[in-house]
Design a binder for this molecule. Structure first.
Ligand SMILES: *[C@@H]1O[C@H](CO)[C@@H](O)[C@H](O)[C@H]1NC(C)=O
Ligand SMILES: *[C@@H]1O[C@H](CO)[C@@H](O)[C@H](O)[C@H]1NC(C)=O
Ligand SMILES: *[C@@H]1O[C@H](CO)[C@@H](O)[C@H](O)[C@H]1NC(C)=O
Ligand SMILES: *[C@@H]1O[C@H](CO)[C@@H](O)[C@H](O)[C@H]1NC(C)=O
Ligand SMILES: *[C@@H]1O[C@H](CO)[C@@H](O)[C@H](O)[C@H]1NC(C)=O
Length: 414
């Protein structure tokens, strides 16, 4: 699998970058004097904090090989953290964050094509933070206006405000946010992408979260939205646990982290459900997994990436293809009973299976409004996290894996 490395190739090697600088300013090579990182950072305004951090961590910055790109958050970015002093005290964490800001390639911002997203591996390879081969990734997206946005975990983003500052080992890109290390699916769904809480709850209900999601390296997950689960709430709850497991495993592609736009039309992805693959179909600017439309792409998690889809996939209906002209696709299950519909007034299925956290409320909260009419748009590079709490409700069984509540309300037919 290609990791979207194309812009890292010949077009953006350091000599090319320097030549471009020379070409623009008409300097002779001797004038493009290499400078060490500290003096280059000192030459920029509002990089005081980052410069101090670089000085404090010679283990990371003093020995960098030639050919790297450093994303340097400005002072305002660190101010936005709110609790900088506390943050700085956690040395292990700070080191990991700093490594997440260094890409072992020269990535020149002008070399990225407008509208394109590239995945840039970083020096963060410590398995405590990155269960992804080649190092945890940042996503670099060039907006239609030409500015480049870096996306990190939890959809935390920073815009490049000073680009391609040359130093002797490569480039510095000044950004206006501190990049956030991607965390696990659970944390990502609970804290940022609330539209996957039904899927998360279903994984807990089927005992697959700890068994499949946590330990798998290099994972790609197709996560149906809460609305997709709402459309099938009673149908899915009527399935025996083994059947639910099989359905959920069919949403997980182990061993490959697929940047969605790298996937070829009509390619297939082998899933964690034995001998079952997902078929990828591309149509104009849309991309479908079987008949489900991908709504939001490239949400970074510790061990891979998640793509949000608008339908629950069915391994027993693996040949279903979309009606590409339709605004939404039919469920691929025979719906039993009466489904309650989607939206605010309706509970989010499976969220009662989420383990309680410290702040677990005992009260039931339902989902706040989502966009009513299905739209034909797709959000790239993780997009915006949903701002609702996604109907998270808890059983009150603090700290216990949800397997123990199987048979509780909603688990008809077990
Ligand atoms: C530096 O930060 C100050 C205060 O946030 C701001 O007013 C100023 O515009 C910044 N300068 C640059 C060049 O970004
Ligand atoms: C430091 O940060 C890590 C997360 O990167 C966290 O797991 C750990 O508990 C933190 N340590 C302290 C002492 O806060
Ligand atoms: C998967 O396919 C292989 C052959 O490709 C076959 O031997 C095996 O029985 C199949 N497994 C299942 C669960 O169908
Ligand atoms: C679809 O399912 C059938 C029956 O289980 C299986 O034989 C076939 O290989 C599957 N196709 C794909 C593309 O996974
Ligand atoms: C993708 O492949 C299907 C046939 O499998 C074809 O109908 C469709 O036009 C192709 N899409 C693109 C964007 O080439």
């Amino acid at each position: 699998m290609v990791f979207g490395l194309s812009p890292f190739g010949s077009t953006s090697s350091l000599p090319a970058t320097l030549l471009a600088v020379i070409a623009i300013f008409g300097c002779v090579p001797a004038a493009v004097r290499a400078a060490d990182l500290d003096s280059v950072l000192a030459g920029q305004t509002n990089l005081t904090t980052f410069r101090e951090l670089v000085k404090d961590h010679p283990d990371i910055f003093a020995k960098l090989p030639t050919g790297v790109t450093v994303a340097a958050p400005n002072d305002n970015a660190f101010d936005k953290l709110g609790n900088f002093d506390e943050w700085r005290d956690n040395k292990t964490h700070v080191e990991a964050v700093l490594k997440y800001h260094v890409m072992p390639k020269v990535v020149s911002m002008p070399s990225i094509i407008k509208g394109d997203s590239i995945w840039a591996p970083t020096l963060l390879t410590d398995p405590a933070y990155s269960l992804i081969k080649g190092g945890q990734r940042l996503i670099l997206t060039k907006q239609p206006g030409g500015e480049v946005v870096f996306t990190s975990g939890f959809a935390n983003r920073g815009t490049v405000i000073v680009e391609d500052v040359a130093w002797d080992k490569g480039l510095v890109q000044v950004i206006d946010s501190v990049m956030r290390i991607p965390e696990g699916l659970e944390s990502t769904a609970r804290n940022a992408y609330h539209d996957m809480t039904a899927f998360l709850g279903a994984l807990f209900a089927a005992d697959l979260y700890d068994e499949l999601i946590v330990p798998t390296k290099d994972i790609t997950i197709f996560a149906p939205t809460n609305a997709a689960f709402q459309k099938l709430a009673s149908t899915l709850s009527a399935f025996p646990k083994e059947e639910l497991k099989s359905i959920l495993r069919y949403h997980v592609v182990p061993g490959e982290v697929s940047q969605i736009w790298e996937l070829q039309n009509s390619s297939s992805l082998a899933t964690a459900e034995k001998n079952q693959s997902i078929h990828i179909l591309r149509h104009t600017n849309f991309i479908f997994a079987n008949s489900a439309q991908v709504l939001q792409t490239d949400i970074l998690i510790a061990n891979g990436a998640v793509h949000l889809i608008d339908n629950v996939l069915n391994p027993r209906s693996n040949a279903t293809r979309p009606d590409v002209e339709a605004t939404s696709q039919k469920p691929v299950f025979s719906v039993v009973g009466t489904e309650t519909g989607t939206g605010t007034a309706v509970p989010t299925p499976f969220t009662e299976h989420l383990p309680c956290t410290v702040s677990c409320p005992v009260t039931e909260v339902v989902q706040t409004p989502t966009t009513g009419t299905p739209t034909r748009s797709v959000v790239r590079g993780g997009g915006n996290p949903t701002s609702t709490n996604g109907g998270v409700k808890c059983t009150g069984v603090v700290g216990v894996g949800m397997g123990v509540v199987m048979g509780a309300a909603g688990w008809v037919g077990l």
